[in-house]
Design a protein around this ligand. Structure first.
Ligand SMILES: C[S@@+](CC[C@H](N)C(=O)[O-])C[C@H]1O[C@@H](n2cnc3c(N)ncnc32)[C@H](O)[C@@H]1O
Length: 378
């Protein structure tokens, strides 16, 4: 790993960056094929995807993240999904990011978590949930400042969602064009602090610039335009960014784990969960053959150089159960050398899950050029 990315990783690992996962977990539900026999290894990020897995009641989950803030939040979402037995209390905590009594709500949820997580939430529950979780963390704080500057709020999102696609794009152009011309805004969007807030390391930034043939400012604008072409009523990531909250008027406008039917199925799930605040490779390296049926890697593969990506595929081949499924996202176009397994010489060992070719088009975050579901070939 390059020195600049090692430094990035060090700062990133100690900063509370995300409070939601910027991935469309509805797409994952469709193609992951999780069931009660599944054993999952994955990177949690802020944990919305892992909390959603609880509704499938898998046998075992190894949840990993180098960032202790993200892992602790993911753990709270996962444990709350199966242990808070009143849906209103659960929805307040993570749908609204708020609790009338944060300490009393959080304490029983974390009672069986590792000691460091119990201490973590003892000192932070009030701070995170007294107003709203969704204004906490680096990305959210950056978005609060952005909304204030451009005048975006719940009313703007509701009015814009009701418009036609062309009108939605026009509404956005009206807001972003003056910003594009502003030197301080351009400088801020290109800065390492901004990359940190978005969780884009330098390796991934270079992949974006190469894929899009654009600098980061044009990339952000093009991305927002793509989001405007989605159904804004149910796009919870768009609501989070533009309104600072979810659309509570629609039960299908929140991440799946926050929907009543998923919460009901997740109640008392017997899943054996281990939390690992370390690098994914440490957990892979310590595991034996036939350990996991599923690997979910967010877009962390983009953070890796080619040598590390190869090591990852080797470790998956070594530790996977027959027919295991691997999920990862990428900002990169597949390009002329094809998929990651093709490019690295593993085409005969990983095959795309049938039907999942459309997954990146379904992902309403519009952040990724690839949403990959591959099966390990026998
Ligand atoms: C890659 S980031 C990107 C953002 C992600 N797409 C999202 O929506 O949240 C997601 C998470 O991966 C974690 N991460 C990255 N590389 C890792 C590694 N090698 N081992 C463990 N965690 C890692 C980061 O700490 C972060 O919480």
């Amino acid at each position: 790993m390059a020195v600049r990315d090692r430094a990035f990783q060090k700062v990133f690992a100690n900063t509370f960056v995300y409070n939601i996962l910027f991935e469309d977990a509805e797409v994952d539900e469709r193609f992951l094929e999780l069931d009660e026999d599944s054993t999952v290894l994955g990177i949690t990020g802020a944990g919305c995807g892992f909390a959603g897995m609880m509704a499938r009641r898998p046998k075992r989950i190894d949840a990993v993240d180098i960032n202790k803030h993200h892992l602790a939040l993911a753990a709270l979402k996962m444990e709350a999904s199966r242990s808070i037995d009143d849906f209103g209390t659960f929805y307040d905590l993570f749908g609204r990011g708020w609790s009338p009594e944060p300490d009393n709500t959080v304490r029983p949820v974390v009672a069986n978590l590792p000691d460091w997580m119990q201490k973590y939430w003892k000192t932070r529950a009030k701070r995170r949930f007294r107003k709203t979780l969704y204004h906490e963390g680096l990305t959210a704080k950056m978005l609060v400042a952005m909304r204030k500057r451009v005048g975006m709020d719940v009313t703007w999102v509701r009015e814009t969602a009701a418009k036609s696609e062309a009108e939605r794009v026009a509404a956005l152009v009206e807001i972003v064009e003056p910003l594009r011309a502003s030197f301080p805004v351009r400088a801020a969007l290109r800065s390492p602090a901004q990359l940190l807030a978005l969780g884009i390391n330098f390796e991934q930034r270079d992949r974006i610039v190469e894929t899009e043939q654009q600098d980061m400012v044009d990339f952000f604008v093009a991305h927002l335009m793509r989001v405007m072409r989605t159904d804004l009523w149910t796009n919870w990531v768009a609501w989070f960014a533009a309104a600072g909250q979810f659309n509570h008027a629609r039960p299908d406008a929140v991440p799946p784990y926050l929907r009543q039917d998923r919460w009901e199925t997740a109640q008392d799930a017997p899943t054996d969960i281990s939390f690992h605040n370390t690098n994914l490779f440490d957990i892979l390296g310590a595991a034996g053959k036939h350990t996991w049926s599923h690997y979910t890697l967010c877009d962390a593969v983009d953070w890796m150089d080619e040598r590390t990506q190869k090591r990852l595929l080797e470790e998956i081949l070594r530790t996977s159960r027959d027919g295991a499924i691997v999920l990862w996202r990428s900002v990169e176009e597949e390009g002329r050398f094809g998929t990651l397994p093709e490019r690295l010489g593993y085409a005969d060992r990983f095959e795309r899950v049938p039907g999942s070719e459309v997954a990146h088009e379904l992902d309403r975050t519009r952040m990724y050029r690839q949403v990959n579901f591959f099966r390990v070939a026998a």
